[in-house]
Design a protein around this ligand. Structure first.
Ligand code: TYM
Length: 337
């Protein structure tokens, strides 16, 4: 059986960008494929500690796991939920992969450059976390890794490390994850997903942006979220058109509308083609987002801690079993066992 895998950090409440770029697409794929594939969903808590955590990490982790269920994930025997730090093989494989990764390729990682820019010093975790991410993926032989566009470079790194390792030992120890173009196709979208900052649509929506109205958080009151959409930056061209380069604000709204309603982007573009009143589009998107948030938050409030812990107990047993078996193959190849 193939494996589909993804993780979302739990440093704080998540944004609509996380929700539409990773959570919802993964839930839709999981519900579609879990009869014929393993679906691994985990909280990369070791990734969380490379930067500040808002509040208590364990509480955040629990909340993030509840998000998956509230987003509609149907759990069955093929769907596995776990926490990264409860499966020690992740850290061990990371170390081993560090010994085949190069300083040059790691230094080219955009996220590292962005996160370290202008700082006198930064922790090694920020430099190295894409290798840990490769370990997260390769331990489970995951072929498909639904992610937002900002993480694509890390998929390429995981592919390169898998290919390099297999070549070095003339082996097929690692399944090489699909290329990003195939990942996008698998997700059923025409391009990588990047939800934009509402006020400054050249940038991605991010929880670390200070301006409140630039981002929608998953715990925002639905009416407040609607107001943020209504005050989103657009342009003065006066024509609804999908053009991320010249009209990023309008294109972002079209993208959000498509993802929230699970309708192909092309269909939404056609539906709105020729519209000149941006207010109409904003009203529709605001309504879609506030409806989605209302339903999501209602489901979230019904999920108990016990429900999540029960899933973790089974999921972490499974994850340790699979990950330790793969780690042993790697250790043997390197002569450690
Ligand atoms: P993280 O926690 O920063 O982000 C989680 C997911 O949300 C997506 N995302 C977005 N998508 C669209 N538009 C946005 N504005 C937006 N903001 C965030 C991200 O692309 C991501 O899919 N290193 C990873 C976590 C991780 C992981 C893994 C993921 C660790 N190991 C193994 C998959 C497989 C991260 O920091 O994502």
């Amino acid at each position: 059986m193939k494996t589909i895998l993804t993780g979302i950090r739990s440093n704080s409440v998540l944004t609509l960008g996380n929700y539409l770029g990773a959570l919802l697409p993964m839930v839709r794929l999981a519900n579609k494929h879990s009869g014929e594939a393993h679906v691994n969903i985990f909280v990369p808590d070791l990734h969380s500690i490379i930067s500040e955590v808002d509040g208590d990490l364990q509480e955040n982790t629990l909340r993030t796991l509840k998000y998956w269920l509230a987003a509609g994930l149907e759990v069955n025997d093929n769907v596995h939920i776990y926490r990264q730090s409860y499966v020690s093989a992740h850290s061990e494989l990371c170390w081993i992969l560090n010994c085949i990764a190069t300083m040059g390729e790691m230094g080219r990682m955009t996220q590292y450059k962005e996160k370290s820019e202008g700082k006198a010093s930064c922790n090694v975790g920020i430099f190295d976390y894409p290798v840990l991410m490769a370990a997260d993926i390769l331990l489970y032989s995951a072929e498909y890794v639904p992610l937002g566009e900002d993480q694509f470079q890390h998929i390429e790194l995981a592919r390169n490390l898998a290919i390099r390792f297999n070549h070095k030992f003339d082996s097929e120890v690692f399944v090489v994850p699909a290329k990003t173009a195939e990942q996008v196709k698998f997700m059923g979208v025409s391009d990588g997903i990047r939800i934009r900052d509402l006020l400054n649509p050249e940038k991605k929506m991010s929880k670390s942006t200070a301006a409140e109205n630039s981002k929608i958080m998953l715990d925002d009151e639905p009416e407040k979220a609607a107001k943020k959409i209504m005050s989103a930056t657009t342009d003065s061209l006066g024509k609804v058109k999908f053009d991320m380069f010249n009209q990023p604000g309008i294109s972002n709204l079209l993208q959000i509308e498509a993802l929230v309603n699970d309708v192909p982007l092309e269909e939404i573009i056609t539906r709105w083609a020729g519209e000149t009143r941006y207010g109409e589009l904003k009203r529709k998107v605001a309504e879609s987002v506030s409806r989605e948030l209302t339903e999501f938050q209602a489901r979230l409030s019904e999920i108990s801690d016990e429900q999540v812990y029960a899933l973790l107990e089974v999921g972490e047993k499974y994850a340790n079993h699979v990950a330790n078996a793969k780690l042993l193959e790697v250790q043997k190849a390197f002569g450690l066992r």
